[in-house]
Design a protein around this ligand. Structure first.
Ligand code: FES
Ligand code: FES
Length: 162
């Protein structure tokens, strides 16, 4: 069965016909063409597919597209404005928080979700917020520094909201 899915995607209303069994990850990448959201483990283990649903970081590989009807879904493509990186993106860029970069969209979205609900996170809160995301390249030190830097940029108004 298919149904009409109405949602707000990256700030814009959208309606698409989606099969009941279509994953949000596949809907975003294949139907909409938003390939910034990555397929990693495809099983809820790595966090590469993280998007925000009503500002809450969510694994899109474990979410049926039909369940986001009426909700706000934000992908990594929504963060920069007019070519200006958001605080979460600047944090990772400035502090070299990525190496191969495959995991980075997921980490950036987890960071955006964290800073939207808690603009001044402690290191423990940052580690907890990123606990569902795995990076195969880094030792996580740079990633934690990236999130702390993003919070500083946000606090000083040097970067746009995450
Ligand atoms: S692809 Fe979703 S958690 Fe790995
Ligand atoms: S930077 Fe390569 S997997 Fe994280």
């Amino acid at each position: 069965m298919a149904r009409l899915l109405e949602l707000t995607l990256n700030g814009r209303p959208r309606v698409d016909a989606v099969p009941d069994n279509r994953l949000l990850l596949d809907y975003l990448r294949e139907a909409v063409g938003l390939t910034g959201t990555k397929t990693g483990c495809d099983g809820g283990e790595c966090g590469a597919c993280t998007v925000l649903i009503d500002d809450a970081p969510t694994l899109s590989c474990l979410t049926l597209a039909a369940t986001v009807a009426g909700k706000r879904v934000d992908t990594v493509e929504s963060l920069s404005r007019g070519g200006t990186l958001s605080a979460a993106q600047r944090g990772f860029h400035d502090k070299l928080g990525s190496q191969c970069g495959y995991c980075t969209p997921g980490f950036v979205m987890a960071t955006a979700g964290l800073l939207r609900r808690n603009p001044h996170p402690t290191e423990a809160e940052i580690r907890a917020a990123l606990a569902s995301n795995i990076c195969r390249c880094t030792g996580y030190v740079k990633i934690i520094e990236a999130v702390q830097h993003a919070a500083r940029l946000l606090a000083t108004g040097e970067a746009t909201p995450p």
